[in-house]
Design a protein around this ligand. Structure first.
Ligand code: SF4
Length: 251
């Protein structure tokens, strides 16, 4: 089950969308359906805070272009060893000229091949090669590639996806992002409430359709409770502080 809730400061935090899927469907492919549903009900947020499971380059782009929504969540890390080591030349170190189809490496060398392919899932990928002769004698080679003799190569997504991913990676380093993203934790409390108080871990009926109705009814019950609390000016519960954190705060 996927839940979407509002997180405005002075308003009750209400559930606005409930999605029910079979278990193996990854979060990342569910985002479009969630946003389409929100759009249909005219409930799309300007900023959609999600956990890392929903974020990929394509979703950053389609959220913006299809729904004018700023998707906010941690991007997956660059899994290249250069990025993990924190000292090598990962993709961000290369300057991509999308108009001329040329990439310039950190040593100022230009790529010699730009090859566009399409995957079985209709994703555009661009393979880029640098010259063997230049990479072979490069003094920074150990920071760039671990290949014994092959030159450096790169694989990039389309221009819009690449730019969106680089911008998101840059943004998530800022303190403003951390403050904004802290709000996403609220939905974890909602899931916990659904599981502990409403037995959401147990499907009461057989079949996705009926299970979805159970989820929607649960979300409606949570909303009614929250609205009642808000109208009666009952403050929201503060996040429980673990004993260890409380002890640490004393020192
Ligand atoms: S190994 Fe090749 S691509 Fe890498 S920095 Fe050196 S010249 Fe540039």
């Amino acid at each position: 089950m996927h839940l979407t809730e509002t997180c405005d400061d002075d308003l009750p935090h209400l559930l606005t969308q409930v999605e029910t899927t079979i278990a193996p469907v990854p979060d990342v492919v569910q985002l479009d359906s969630i946003q389409r549903d929100l759009a249909k009900a005219d409930l799309l947020p300007a900023q959609h805070l999600v956990d890392a499971g929903y974020v990929r380059a394509l979703n950053l782009v389609t959220s913006r272009t299809k729904h004018q929504v700023d998707l906010i969540g941690p991007t997956s890390e660059d899994h290249q060893w250069q990025a993990k080591a924190g000292e090598g030349f990962d993709t961000a170190h290369f300057d991509v000229d999308w108009d001329r189809h040329v990439v310039t490496c950190p040593q100022g060398r230009q790529s010699i091949r730009w090859c566009v392919t399409e995957t079985a899932r209709q994703r555009t990928l661009i393979h880029i090669d640098f010259a063997q002769a230049e990479c072979a004698v490069c003094l920074a080679r150990s920071q760039c590639t671990r290949a014994k003799a092959q030159p450096r190569s790169l694989t990039l997504p389309s221009a819009t996806e690449h730019k969106a991913l680089q911008a998101a990676r840059e943004r998530q380093q800022s303190s403003a992002f951390k403050v904004l993203y802290a709000r996403q934790a609220g939905v974890e409390g909602t899931i916990s409430q659904g599981v502990r108080a409403f037995g959401l871990r147990q499907a009461r009926y057989r079949g996705l359709d009926k299970t979805h109705r159970q989820h929607v009814a649960t979300a409606a019950a949570i909303n009614v409770g929250r609205l009642a609390n808000w109208l009666n000016e009952v403050p929201v519960a503060v996040t429980r502080l673990s004993r260890f954190a409380a002890l640490a705060a004393l020192n």
